[in-house]
Design a protein around this ligand. Structure first.
Ligand SMILES: Nc1nc2c(ncn2[C@@H]2O[C@H](COP(=O)(O)OP(=O)(O)OP(=O)(O)O)[C@@H](O)[C@H]2O)c(=O)[nH]1
Ligand SMILES: [Mg+2]
Length: 381
């Protein structure tokens, strides 16, 4: 699972990335602070299967606090995108190359309106204008790839070959052709049809979730409602970063995504107390900082992924004694056989049956996995 963090310069992409990964990356109030993409591990938060079995898990990857399991996902924070990026403006082409393999994009919008279309500090810029521009740039990027290679494209399969580097599958291409009722021969498509095709293909392969960042800023009130109407999630990356850093230092206990935190340290400075008081008021108003919610929604609402745990009816531990060591993110429609392959190619090749560990029911290879399933694979030797 690869999530791209995108948007014009200076909207808080690296702050969001830093809050989600606690990696040490530069953040500053001017455009193009980030030049080379930052790649790191963030997490989706799900209920851990340990609760159901009344055990304590021991994750191999990620972590678990108070029954909340944090499952790793890859985050890529890229350079800011400006109009004309697909023609190489700004850090355009590089930016786009860094996004090739992304499954979903989080568009970080500056909801405070304090940065103009190129990310320069300004008084009042309507952030709603930033949404269409980003979609247009991405669509133009796809279009450019097909346009440049037009001579090589004779069939639908050729299209899939040209865009395979963008994490686009042949079935996505075929579905799009079918849904648009396009001619089987792409050479017969009009310019408008090609543009329409590219738009839908981009939406399928790089869907976008909007994060209305800097919502702690008073001026964001002016724009938040309209942004929410477009599906945006209010978020304050800076607040999340402060909470996670304070938690790391042991000053507070804060579980990412929670609606509140607990003060642990008795030696807070006046500045720290004031900062935490400000954050408390923010959380009372918004319910959460939005950062965890944005990552979860990208994976579970936009992509419709589910989380499935490997386990056994007789034991929930692996050979090294770790209880419920893994939690896997699976695409919608995944079957028991897909899950077997996810664990190990051998399990897939020699699949006999699977067991739904919660109900102890035996299921076949075509069993459609459900969110929060715990599955045992029975395979031959
Ligand atoms: N008020 C407020 N400011 C924020 C928030 N998130 C980021 N900022 C500020 O916005 C500015 C830009 O942050 P960055 O994270 O560097 O932004 P970026 O989008 O990565 O910028 P580029 O790499 O230049 O494209 C910094 O001054 C941050 O402190 C937030 O949630 N609230
Ligand atoms: Mg940055």
């Amino acid at each position: 699972m690869k999530i791209g963090i995108v948007g014009k310069p200076n909207t808080g992409k690296s702050t969001f990335f830093k809050a989600a990964t606690l990696a040490d990356v530069p953040v500053a109030n001017y455009p193009f602070t980030t030049i080379d993409a930052n790649v790191g591990t963030g997490f989706v938060r799900v209920e851990c299967a340990e609760k159901f079995f009344g055990v304590k898990c021991n994750p191999r990857q990620g972590y678990c606090i108070d029954g909340n399991r944090f499952v790793p996902v890859e985050l890529v924070d890229v350079a800011g995108l400006v109009i004309g990026a697909h023609e190489g403006r700004g850090l355009g082409n590089k930016f786009l190359d860094d996004l090739r393999q992304a499954d979903v994009l989080i568009h970080i919008v500056d909801a405070s309106g304090k940065t103009d279309e190129e990310g320069r500090p300004c008084e009042d810029h309507d952030p709603l204008n930033d949404i269409k521009f980003l979609e247009d740039e991405l669509n133009s990027w796809y279009y450019g790839i097909l346009e440049r290679n037009r001579k090589k494209i004779q069939t639908i399969n050729d299209i899939a070959t040209q865009v395979s580097g963008l994490n686009v599958s042949l079935s996505m291409v075929k579905e799009t052709v079918l849904s648009m009722k396009l001619n089987e021969n792409p050479k017969k498509w009009s310019e408008a049809e090609l543009m329409g095709f590219v738009k839908i293909l981009r939406e399928k392969s790089k869907p976008i979730l909007i994060a209305a960042n800097k919502c702690d800023h008073p001026q964001s009130e002016k724009y938040l409602e309209r942004l929410k109407e477009l599906g945006a999630i209010p978020c304050s990356a800076e607040t999340e970063l402060a909470l996670r850093e304070a938690n790391k230092k042991g000053l507070i206990k804060y579980i990412p995504g929670d609606k509140s935190f607990e003060i642990l340290s008795k030696d807070l400075t006046d500045g720290q107390k004031r900062g935490l008081e400000f954050i408390k008021k923010f959380l009372e108003r918004f319910g959460n900082t939005g950062v965890q919610q944005v990552i979860n929604q990208a994976v579970f609402k936009v992509l419709n992924y589910i989380v499935v745990f490997p386990g056994g009816v007789n034991k929930l531990a692996d050979s090294e004694g770790r209880i419920l060591p893994d939690a896997f993110l699976m695409p919608p429609g995944s079957t028991a056989l897909d899950f077997a392959y996810k664990i190990h190619t051998d399990f897939g090749d020699k699949f006999i049956a699977a067991i739904d560990v919660k109900t102890k029911q035996r299921v076949g290879k075509d069993y459609k996995l459900k969110n929060m399933d715990v599955i045992e694979i029975i395979s031959g030797r």
